[in-house]
Write a protein that binds this ligand. Structure first.
Ligand code: SF4
Length: 305
C-alpha cells in the first residue's frame, strides 16, 4: 500500500468511526475544566450505547445538579435536568411509567451521598429499572471544591481549611449493604474499562449502580490520577471472581487506601425488579404511559393570547 492510500484508509476508518458516535453528539460548547474526568465518562457512555445498538429515541437521561449535570446538553437523546439530589426519584418514576425506554441517571457524590441519599437507598431496595452512574470526584466541584461525604479525612478543602473531620463514605460498600442487584466500579482514567462495565450495566434489568471514580484536577488535589493508579486493581485479574457472592464483593470494597478494585463487583441477573414484582401488572402488554388519558392544554394558552 502506498503512503497516500494508507492515509486515505486511515481517514476513511476515522470518519466511519465518527459516524457511529454522531447520533449522540450535540453542538453545545463543553464547559468542563481541562483534564476533567467527565469527558471520558460521557464518551464511555456514548461508546457503550453505540456498541449495544441503542437508539436515541429509546433513551431518557436524567441529570442531577453538579459538574456532571452540565453534560445534560452534550449527549443526544431525551434529557431531564432536575433539582440537586433528586435525580434518582425522577428517573425511577420515568422508568416505571414507561418501561419500554432505557432510563439512565447520573449524579455526583455531593447530591447522591448527602442531599439525595434517601432516594438512593430506596431505589436500591425497590430495584427500579434504572442505570445510575455515580460521578465520585470526592468533592462539590461546581461550587468550587467543598468537601463531600466521600472526601478523604483530614484533607483541607474550601469551607474546611483545617481538614475534613469525619471518615469518608465508601459508596460501593454502602450500596452492597442494601441488598442490591448490580454494583460495579470503574475509573475515569480507563475508558475501555468504563465502556465494558457500562455495557453490562445497560443490560441489567433492575437498578444498576455504577460508581465512576472521577478525577477533578481543579479542586480535588487529594485524589489525583496517580493516587488512583497506585491503588487500582481489576476483578478480572482475580482467579475465579464471578461477581455472584455479595459477601466477597463487600470484602473487596473495604479498604480504599490500599486497594481499589474495578469491575462488576456483584450482579444478580435473576432478581425480580420492581415492575416484575407488581402483581396487578402481571401479563399486561401496555405500560402506564400508554394508559393515561391525554388532555389538550391549548385552552390554557388562550389566556395569554
Ligand atoms: Fe470537572 Fe472538577 Fe472542573 Fe467540575 S470543577 S468540571 S469536576 S475538573
Amino acid at each position: 500500500m502506498t503512503q497516500q492510500n494508507d492515509t486515505k484508509t486511515v481517514l476513511k476508518n476515522l470518519s466511519e468511526k465518527k459516524d457511529t458516535y454522531i447520533k449522540y453528539e450535540t453542538d453545545e460548547v463543553i464547559t468542563w475544566c481541562h483534564g476533567c474526568g467527565n469527558y471520558n465518562i460521557q464518551n464511555a457512555l456514548k461508546r457503550a450505547l453505540t456498541l449495544e445498538d441503542f437508539e436515541t429515541q429509546n433513551i431518557l437521561y436524567c441529570f442531577d445538579i453538579g459538574c456532571n449535570g452540565n453534560g445534560s446538553d452534550k449527549i443526544g437523546g431525551y434529557t431531564f435536568h432536575g433539582l440537586h439530589g433528586r435525580v434518582i426519584s425522577v428517573a425511577s418514576g420515568a422508568s416505571i411509567a414507561n418501561p419500554h425506554i432505557k432510563v439512565i441517571a447520573s449524579g455526583g457524590d455531593g447530591g447522591t451521598m448527602s442531599e439525595g441519599i434517601n432516594h438512593l437507598i430506596h431505589a436500591v431496595r425497590n430495584d427500579y429499572p434504572v442505570l445510575f452512574i455515580l460521578h465520585n470526584n470526592h468533592n462539590y466541584g461546581l461550587t468550587t471544591g467543598q468537601a463531600s461525604a466521600t472526601t478523604p479525612k483530614g484533607f483541607a478543602m474550601n469551607g474546611s481549611p483545617d481538614g475534613v473531620l469525619p471518615d469518608p463514605m465508601n459508596p460501593s460498600e454502602f450500596v452492597l449493604n442494601l441488598n442490591p442487584s448490580f454494583v460495579a466500579r470503574s475509573f475515569s482514567g480507563d475508558i475501555k474499562h468504563m465502556t465494558k462495565v457500562l455495557r453490562r450495566a445497560l443490560n441489567h434489568k433492575g437498578f444498576a449502580f455504577v460508581e465512576m471514580l472521577q478525577v477533578c484536577p481543579t479542586y480535588n488535589k487529594a485524589t489525583p490520577q496517580s493516587w488512583y493508579w497506585d491503588r487500582i486493581k481489576y476483578t478480572s485479574d482475580l482467579k475465579n471472581y464471578k461477581a455472584n457472592d455479595i459477601e466477597k464483593a463487600k470484602k473487596l470494597t473495604k479498604d480504599l487506601e490500599k486497594n481499589i478494585y474495578l469491575g462488576v463487583l456483584y450482579e444478580d441477573p435473576k432478581k425480580e425488579n420492581f415492575i416484575e414484582k407488581l402483581q396487578n401488572r402481571k401479563n399486561l402488554k401496555t405500560a402506564p404511559v400508554d394508559e393515561v388519558k391525554h388532555y389538550s392544554i391549548s385552552k390554557f394558552f388562550k389566556e395569554f393570547e
